[in-house]
Design a protein around this ligand. Structure first.
Ligand code: MG
Length: 252
């Protein structure tokens, strides 16, 4: 099932719905808890797809692909290295990523995003699966020069528009073996598979929830594979994940 949040041009309201072909069927209830699909649909040309969630926090994992660790010649971490992005950095499908004046080098990072379904603290590994609503595409946009200059990552990762997310939450895919790609101006720049993650998704949920309570709608970005690189004004960038979809954004 593919879940979307969207703005309906006709009645000017925001809804969650379920994508079926070129139609989205609206739901009643809480998308993170209990909901039912109703017999009221809109076509894709009558809506704008919105970011899938406005989370309380976005928890990101640095260096979580074996092939990326090889690329940057870093030892595999013993524990996940985590950092946060603010929810104000989120944009959705077809939205602009805005280059800030403070940086001379902005880079893309294609990542699989996990959407949390319910509140969790100290989630045991074997129960982590029950805390996942689904998966979507993310782009962990980074001001690489500021990341190096500051010595910590908050400024570099947190500018408005630095977290494209979407377009849909896929609830049924197996996240352990998915092709993940990034296209810059239609050219393939990143290509890997989620099977090369160092720390698996269930482990990450258990690990992160031992530090901070996870809430419904919270987002975990699971790290980027090799091939990160620079983006410039006028570029088009697409994160494509097998079974989930394509997240397209433009740079200005
Ligand atoms: Mg990243």
């Amino acid at each position: 099932m593919k879940i979307a949040q969207f703005y309906d041009f006709t009645d000017k309201n925001i809804y969650y719905g379920i994508l079926k072909g070129e139609k989205i069927y609206k739901i009643e209830g809480d998308v993170f808890c209990n909901f039912i699909e109703i017999n009221d649909f809109v076509t894709l040309d009558r809506i704008k797809i919105l970011p899938v969630t406005l989370p309380s926090k976005i928890i990101c994992v640095g260096l979580n692909y074996k092939d990326h660790a090889d690329e940057v010649k870093m030892r595999l971490p013993e524990e996940p290295i985590i950092f946060l992005k603010p929810n104000s950095s989120i944009v959705g499908q077809n939205d602009y990523i805005v280059m800030p004046n403070q940086s001379k080098r902005i880079e893309y990072e294609a990542e699989l995003a996990v959407i949390i379904k319910k509140e969790g603290k100290n989630v045991p590994l074997e129960e982590a699966k029950n805390y996942i609503l689904g998966y979507t595409c993310a782009n962990d946009i980074t001001a690489r020069d500021l990341q190096k200059k500051d010595g910590q990552w908050t400024r570099a990762k947190s500018f408005d528009t630095f977290c494209p997310l979407g377009p849909f939450i896929e609830t049924e895919v197996d996240p352990t073996n998915l092709e993940i790609k990034l296209f810059l101006n239609k050219e393939l720049k990143q290509h890997s598979n989620t099977e090369y993650m160092i720390f698996g998704i269930y482990y990450l949920i258990s690990f992160i929830s031992s530090i901070m309570t996870l809430f419904p709608g919270d987002v975990i970005l699971t790290g980027t594979p090799p091939g990160v690189g620079q983006i410039k004004k006028g570029d088009e960038v697409i994160v494509s994940i097998e079974g989930i979809g394509e997240l397209k954004n433009f740079i200005k």
